[in-house]
Design a protein around this ligand. Structure first.
Ligand SMILES: [Zn+2]
Ligand SMILES: [Zn+2]
Length: 991
């Protein structure tokens, strides 16, 4: 049994003592870098299966390229800024909102974030180390380091200088609790189905007779426009109602009041009610009509006389609602666009933290979308409308609604001022650069990622938060001046302020002001900090403090050869890396002197690891085993191998199964270990010489050719970053090695043909050693252990050189042999058919049979010999045509047809009995724990004359097969019955 946990801990100790990782980097030339970017995780929680998947990929690929002779530096990074840590500190310090936070003090808050953000770093380092990932965690980079932040400033300034940055007011999704806008890809992370309250409200026309087609109609009651909304809390901010000018609208009379709705929706809205259609009109007839707002709060505001009227908008349809749309410009993208055209006042009746402003007198301060009860405020709105005669109807409404990805609060669509990277300006180049990326799986290139790029909107990079890299923008206090200065480095800021700056956080730099070059007034930093995704997108520059340090090294290794993350990052990190690199290398004067490019050449996108039942892994439900428990049981290698051969490598989901890990442990780790033990049994501490002359034995030729095939398959797929395809062939190879090569060669190792035994031993040594190298990137522990045992590492002390410092095995033309691979397949097929023929005839394999005939191309005699042994037949004969005959069972598959002779003659029967005797004796040997070193004396006791004759006749064969020096009559021993003859066998050790 392979003791995975013990062995892996032993190997970890060895690596630590030997400094194997450090050697594997430092011993490679800087001239031959292989650059890999590690996406920084947040350290605000412990690693889960997703991180183990990522770490497995991020370890396997660099180990491979290291063995290929490249220098693969691997620097760990931490994402330190942003909402994840801010939320934790807010909770810890009991700061429910911004007001409380600012009262507590930004200095103290930020310092609390700084001191807590790496709380779990130590646990991370233990787990990452235990799963065998080689990465430099001591020399890690942190996005909160001043060097990193300075590079972020540099990136921003470059983008600013190139004209890719602007400040603008736009409706965006904000999290009212975090009181900050979120970018569109953050928003996509938090959609959930929720029930909302929708209402149809009455907007009463002031002068209905003014609407052309209504001129002649005698109306004896109020005329209302009906508009439907799923966000009743936006109604106090209403300023316009939109219609589509070409649509047909109807005037309907119901219970003394009049309503205008789209003709197509009429039946739906008034279903079952005693209504009467009074007139028809076009949307264009309604445009310009004024109505009474449903809430009166903004009636007196400046410019109000131009608001509260009907306008045309293209987006109005009759898909749902009433065909009339209430517009609140501050709360919807469509609404905002209309507002910009219509020259109406901008109503902002909700604050950034999601509460009604004081103008909304009846509800001032109330949260519009409460986290615990998101319908509560809408219910209040409905009550108000009802009591003021403005409610037509209300319905529960289920829809998909975005929530904050960090704090789970329902988001609000909210027009606010923010800083943007003008992604739309470089979209063409983003798409072009994407074409040069090797995506695994490939469909992501033009699918998930390509589509996201095509629909790319400008990226909101500023957050109204505290713990982040501040935007390096200083603005003149004098409103009419508006001068802006952008800092691209610490030095620049020091020059402006004449102060020494060694920390760039908000609470430090916000205190630094200087006078405006234009008007002499005070220049103050704007309030916002960067979206933490901007920082992770800037990690290639930040981790090297580019361009302030490592200029040449960075430029030599840009873009990265390889990155890997989960598929949610197609809208996150992959996207931000790609945008920033494209922007920096784009245009006449690129900021980095390289050809236009994205940030990476090869990317593996992994899928999700789900619980075994296909549901999300949930701590609360405990529907999955703790990863470290699984590691303890089966080893990190087994879990790594399980993941890397799984569909997770194709961005598909995996239902994690501990049984699957166990299977990999059995098929790969334990099986190879057994092969090694078998080898050691014969080799002892002998160090086999490398294979000198090629072995003439067909099994040796075959396993060496299989090994060549394995090297080729693994290398080709590793080079294509197809990790599942690279690793899966190992499973079949290990099965072939153990179940065919070793099993078929067993007797050769024990055998009397010393030359052949030496060939077998050195072949197996060679195969195991090379297999260890092939395994090294995938199962680094097992590889080290195998290789070490083959090299007798315990005898060599410090001179032992790790398998991970070896060169990747290159193909060896001499050992490639397509013919032997093909022929062995034929031989194995014949065996398979022969066994199934035996089964059909009901004859055990131990019973020798006379012959098998096969019909296909003739194979070599040595292969026929293998078939003979495997099928226990005396002759294997090639024939042009296997015919159906009474004495045989015929089987056929593909182009191979066999006929097995199933006549058991007396002679064959006797031989069968001898086999049984040998088997029983060897089983007893095994039971007594004897090894091949132990010779025995074998005593038998039987009444059967036939048996005695047989024992004399076959004495030599029995003795040789059971390592018996003597075979004599004697008493005692285990009684058994073979072919209706009774016999007892007893053995004595004779050494
Ligand atoms: Zn939030
Ligand atoms: Zn100024």
């Amino acid at each position: 049994m392979y003791k995975a946990n013990n062995n892996e801990l032993e190997v970890l100790n060895f690596w630590k003592k030997d400094k194997t990782f450090e050697k594997s980097v430092n011993e490679r030339s800087e001239e031959k870098p292989y650059v890999f970017y590690d996406g920084p995780p947040f350290a605000t929680g412990l690693p889960h299966y997703g991180h183990i998947v990522a770490s497995t990929m991020k370890d396997t690929v660099p180990r491979y390229w290291t063995m290929k002779g490249y220098r693969v530096e691997r620097r760990w990074g931490w994402d330190c800024h942003g909402l994840p840590i801010e939320n934790i500190i807010e909770k810890e310090l009991n700061l429910p909102g911004k007001k409380e936070l600012e009262a507590y003090g930004i200095d103290a808050f930020n310092e609390a974030c700084r001191s807590t953000v790496l709380k779990y770093a130590n646990e991370w380092s233990i787990i990452i180390n235990r799963i065998g990932r080689w990465v430099d965690m001591e020399n890690d980079y942190k996005t909160m380091d001043v060097e990193f932040m300075e590079s972020v400033w540099w990136v921003f300034k470059e983008l600013w200088d190139k004209g890719y940055v602007y400040e603008g007011k736009k409706p965006m999704h904000i999290c009212p609790r975090c009181a900050t806008p979120l970018s569109n890809f953050e928003v996509t992370q938090g959609y959930k189905d929720i029930k909302d309250l929708s209402v149809t409200a009455k907007f009463t026309l002031l002068e209905p007779q003014q609407v052309g087609p209504l001129h002649d109609i005698d109306m004896d009651g109020p005329v209302h426009l009906l508009a439907w909304t799923t966000t009743p809390w936006t109604l106090p901010g209403n300023i316009l109602v939109a219609v589509e000018k070409n649509l047909e609208y109807s005037l309907v009379k119901l219970e003394g009041e009049y309503y205008i709705v789209a003709k197509d929706l009429l039946m739906k809205i008034f279903e079952g009610k005693p209504f009467e259609v009074m007139a028809q009109m076009k949307g264009s007839d309604l445009v310009g009509a004024h109505y009474e707002p449903v809430f009166p709060y903004f009636l007196k505001m400046e410019g109000a006389e131009n608001g509260f009227r009907v306008v045309h908008a293209d987006f109005v349809t009759t898909d749902e609602g009433t065909g009339l749309v209430h517009l609140a410009p501050a709360f919807g993208t469509d609404d905002y666009e209309v507002f910009r055209k219509e020259n109406v006042p901008f109503i902002q009746h909700v604050t950034m933290d999601g509460r009604f402003t004081p103008e909304v007198t009846d509800f001032a301060g109330m949260e519009v979308k409460q986290r615990e009860d998101h319908m509560a405020t809408d219910v209040e709105m409905v009550k108000y409308l009802a009591s003021h005669g403005k409610l037509f109807s209300k319905q529960k409404y289920e829809h998909s609604y975005p929530h904050c990805w960090r704090c789970d609060t329902p988001l609000l669509n909210y027009a606010t001022s923010s800083w943007f990277v003008e992604v739309t300006k470089i979209k063409e180049q983003l798409l072009k650069n994407n074409q040069n990326i090797n995506w695994i799986p490939e469909h992501i290139k033009d699918g998930r990622f390509g589509k996201w790029l095509e629909g790319a909107k400008d990226w909101a990079i500023s957050r109204n938060r505290y713990w982040g890299t501040p935007l390096p923008v200083w603005r003149c206090d004098a409103e009419e001046c508006g001068e802006i200065a952008v800092m691209g480095s610490v030095a620049e800021l020091e020059k402006h302020t004449s102060e020494k700056v060694d920390d760039l956080h908000k609470h430090i730099v916000d205190k630094l002001t200087f006078s405006c070059e234009k008007c002499g007034q005070n220049m103050k930093r704007i309030e916002e900090v960067f979206d933490c995704w901007f920082e992770s997108g800037a990690m290639p520059y930040g981790q090297m403090h580019y361009p302030f340090e490592n200029k040449q090294k960075f430029e030599h290794g840009f873009p990265a050869q390889f990155i890997a993350e989960g598929q949610d990052q197609t809208r996150g990190w992959f996207y931000t890396l790609h945008i920033l690199a494209t922007a920096l290398t784009y245009g006449e004067k690129p900021s980095i002197p390289v050809d236009m490019t994205g940030a990476f050449r090869n990317v593996i996108v992994n899928g999700l690891v789900l619980a075994e039942d296909g549901k999300k892994m949930s701590k609360r439900l405990q529907n999955y085993p703790d990863p470290m428990d699984v590691v303890d049981k089966y080893g990190a290698d087994a879990i790594r191998f399980y993941l890397i051969t799984s569909p997770v490598m194709h961005a598909e989901s995996l239902n994690f199964s501990e049984e699957g890990v166990r299977e990999m442990y059995n098929k790969v780790c334990n099986t190879l270990w057994n092969v090694l033990e078998f080898y050691k049994m014969f080799a002892g501490d002998m160090e086999s010489p490398p294979l000198q002359t090629p072995s003439p034995n067909v099994l040796d030729k075959w396993i060496l050719a299989r090994l060549q095939e394995l090297i080729r398959d693994v290398s080709t797929n590793m080079e294509a970053y197809a990790l599942a395809e690279a690793s899966r062939p190992i499973i079949d190879f290990v099965a072939d090695l153990s179940q065919w090569y070793v099993r078929r060669s067993r007797d050769r190792f024990k055998g009397s043909d010393e030359e052949d035994a030496a060939f077998a031993l050195s072949t197996l040594h060679n195969v195991l050693e090379t297999t260890a190298k092939v395994l090294a990137p995938f199962t680094p522990f097992l590889a080290e252990k195998l290789y070490g045992e083959l090299q007798n590492w315990h005898l060599h002390g410090d001179n032992y050189v790790s398998v991970h410092l070896q060169a990747w095995p290159e193909g060896n033309g001499e050992m490639q042999d397509e013919q032997v691979l093909k022929d062995m397949n034929v031989a194995r097929k014949i065996v398979e058919l022969g066994l199934s023929a035996r089964k059909e005839a009901g004859i055990k394999v131990r019973q020798p049979l006379q012959y098998i005939r096969y019909q296909t191309e003739k194979i070599s005699e040595s292969l026929e010999q293998i078939i003979a042994e495997e099928l226990n037949v005396k002759e294997v004969m090639h024939t042009e045509a296997v015919r159906e005959q009474d004495d045989r069972v015929v089987k056929e598959d593909q182009n191979i047809r066999v006929g097995l002779n199933v006549i058991v003659t007396d002679e064959l029967k006797k031989e069968g009995v001898v086999r049984e005797l040998i088997r029983a004796t060897n089983q007893e040997r095994k039971k007594q724990g004897l090894t091949i070193e132990d010779k025995i004396a074998l005593f038998y006791d039987t009444d059967s004359e036939d048996m005695r004759t047989l024992l004399t006749e076959y004495a030599a064969e029995i003795q040789s097969a059971t390592l018996a020096l003597e075979l004599e009559a004697g008493s005692g021993g285990e009684p058994l019955e073979i072919d209706e003859m009774k016999i007892a066998l007893k053995l004595e050790v004779k050494n």
